[in-house]
Design a protein around this ligand. Structure first.
Ligand code: SF4
Ligand code: F3S
Ligand code: FES
Length: 252
């Protein structure tokens, strides 16, 4: 049976009928071949199932060697970003019925990072950039006896960028990052933004200097892929523009 959106909707009795859907998964196992191949899996699904549920069914019932990362299954840990029908998404936040299940749904690893096996990429280059921007509060003493106060207005300046879950959907959708993987990438800049605009932090100048590098913010071409890819709805490109502006206004 071919899946249709109608088939995914509850019937008049309120039951959610099942339907079949095909996942076309990019497979890669360096112990078997240097080449990646596509493999189709057909699974029984319900309208409320997500890509992650379908991948679980494949792994548990059909092919235990299928390899992918996931942990929370609820959009919090950021470990299951993948390319679904050519677009970066979290598998646990993507309903099958929302990605045209009438046709085989392609599932591939995110781009620009080395593939380790199947849908798993080596995240180390991504986290290396993250570590470089010093993603922690920097102060020079003056420890308060209770807490470091901050007005709601000052907190609001970086509220959006606190939502990052480090899934890499933004960085791995950026064409500049694809070219050579040297660009810091939008995720690192988002996390720098989170501290640069924090009124309690004193490391803003250092971070701006780091991002003023030839592989830093100036490589961004305002393509907006990152903003479209972010599963947390962060205005990534806007944050990058704010960091660029801070560099200019803070005498960089
Ligand atoms: Fe993921 Fe969004 Fe953070 Fe990028 S900014 S790593 S897309 S949560
Ligand atoms: Fe890349 Fe986003 Fe800039 S996709 S070019 S970092 S706006
Ligand atoms: Fe944690 Fe999807 S499994 S975000």
């Amino acid at each position: 049976m071919t899946a249709t959106l109608e088939a995914a909707a509850p019937n008049p009795a309120g039951e959610i009928p099942s339907f079949t859907v095909t996942l076309r998964v990019r497979r890669f196992n360096p112990e078997v071949s240097d080449e990646a191949t596509w493999q189709d899996f057909t699974v029984e699904a319900h309208g409320t199932d997500r890509i992650l549920d379908a991948l679980h069914k494949i792994k548990w019932d059909e092919d235990g060697s299928l390899t992918f990362r996931r942990s929370c299954a609820h959009g919090v840990c950021g470990s299951d970003a993948m390319r679904i029908n050519g677009r970066n998404r979290l598998a646990c936040k993507t309903l099958l019925k929302d990605v045209n299940p009438d046709k085989p749904i392609t599932v591939e690893p995110i781009k620009g990072l080395p593939v380790v096996k199947d849908l798993v990429v080596d995240m180390e280059p991504f986290f290396a950039s993250y570590r470089e921007i010093m993603p922690f509060l920097i102060t020079s003493g003056n420890e308060p006896s209770k807490e470091r106060y901050q007005s709601p207005e000052d907190r609001a300046k970086f509220d959006d960028t606190t939502k990052c879950i480090l899934c890499a959907a933004c960085t791995s959708s950026c064409p500049v990052f694809w070219t050579d993987g040297q660009y810091f990438g939008p995720a690192a800049i988002v996390n720098a933004h989170r501290f640069i605009f924090d009124s309690r932090d004193e490391g803003g100048s250092q971070r701006l200097e780091i991002l003023n590098d030839k592989e830093g913010v100036w490589r961004c071409r305002t393509t907006f892929n990152c903003t479209e890819a972010c599963p947390r709805g962060i205005e990534v490109t806007k944050a990058i523009q704010e960091v660029k502006r801070a560099m200019i206004t803070r005498a960089f």
